[in-house]
Ligand binder design. Structure first.
Ligand code: AKG
Length: 348
């Protein structure tokens, strides 16, 4: 373990669970300086992709859907997916298990805390892994799990692991078909993105975010603005709003309808396409009434895969090489554990 990783493992930030009972937030959680900073417009224009058309045998329908998907990736770096075939009941059952996890005692949850470094297969924690003592803390607890190629999950509460495995397996199929659609929209072979990133052995990283009610939600943040590592992320929430995405510098509130999935493009989509499709900047807000839970799976390349812009998308005159290549596992470790984060690690 490097000394940096060692100090991270020892830097335990307390949970926000009990702080919700006070009338004001501790000063370390005061993120927004001005009340207007958390403002966002309604996200009614966020594109919705009909998954059943994307995988349809009707070539006209499919082509139309691929073109809509390409536009969503270009204009927003983000979209919702309907008619994906994964049952609402399964997600509801999963969120019940997430609530049960959240209700466990601090001591029980600490069993799953990070023991060594960010490659630990299971990590429970509070705020963020890579927090320095001077940084503003996030109003959230989290459970981070590697769910592919090897599946890891806490052994309690009962049923948590089974439901998560079912969701992981089903969402993986959706992710594969979305990558086919995105590849087609880029004018490359449909298996291109999946194969170039060796997604059969890809690293799927699942994060359960728990945002308890916050006495001063206008001051605190659940997660500050960031982009995701990986090719794309699939996000679901327990019906409570809080996600905001940015488009051309303007923030939009995301309201995910019950049967929809939210998909965000990640940094490795931006790198592979040399910036043609950009990863979306997003953040999570908190509220003072209800615990919000989100379950996000980040789909990325095989850990040893060297992710570099595809030559087809590099053009010395109009679109010069914008990112240097980096091994996916190294990018993940740096993004999760250092202060230089995301695309700043590789931007030329
Ligand atoms: O909870 C949310 O809506 C956002 C979660 C997120 O951005 C993340 O886990 O990286």
């Amino acid at each position: 373990m490097t000394s940096e990783h060692k100090s991270l493992a020892e830097n335990i930030i307390p949970s926000v669970q009990n702080k919700q009972l006070t009338s004001s937030i501790p000063s370390q959680y005061a993120y927004f300086k001005n009340p207007g900073d958390s403002f966002a417009l309604p996200g009614d224009g966020i594109p919705v992709i009909d998954y059943s058309l994307l995988i349809s045998e009707d070539t006209d329908q499919q082509a139309k859907s691929v073109s809509e998907l390409g536009k969503a990736c270009r204009d927003w770096g983000s979209f919702m997916v309907k008619n994906h075939g994964i049952s609402e009941e399964l997600y509801e059952a999963m969120f019940e298990r997430c609530e049960e996890f959240n209700s466990m005692s601090d001591d029980e949850k600490q069993l799953f805390k990070m023991k060594k470094d960010v490659m630990d297969r299971i990590m429970f924690g509070c705020s963020s892994i890579n927090m320095s003592s001077t940084q503003v803390r996030f109003w959230r607890d989290y459970l981070k799990l590697f769910v592919h190629p090897d599946f890891n999950s806490p052994h309690k509460p009962a049923g948590f692991s089974e439901k998560l495995l079912e969701i992981s397996t089903k969402q993986r199929e959706v992710m594969k078909n979305l990558l086919s659609g995105v590849s087609k929209s880029l004018g490359v072979e449909e298996s291109y993105l999946y194969n170039i990133a060796e997604m059969d052995k890809g690293m799927d990283f699942c994060v359960m975010n728990i945002y308890p009610p916050c006495p001063q939600p206008e001051l605190a943040v659940g997660l500050s603005p960031h982009t995701d590592f990986g090719l794309l992320s699939i996000l679901i929430a327990n019906g409570i709003g809080g996600l905001q995405i940015q488009q051309n510098g303007t923030w939009f509130n995301v309201k995910i309808p019950p049967k929809y999935l939210m998909v965000n493009l990640g940094d490795h989509m931006e790198i592979l396409t040399n910036g043609k499709y950009k990863s979306v900047v997003h953040r999570a807000m908190v509220n003072n009434k209800t615990t919000r839970i989100s379950l996000v799976t980040f789909y990325g390349a095989e850990v040893n895969n060297f992710v570099v812009p595809t030559p087809k998308f590099v053009d010395d005159n109009n679109n010069p090489l914008a990112y240097r290549g980096m091994k996916y596992g190294d990018y993940f470790i740096a993004d999760q554990s250092s202060t230089t984060k995301g695309l700043d690690l590789v931007r030329i």
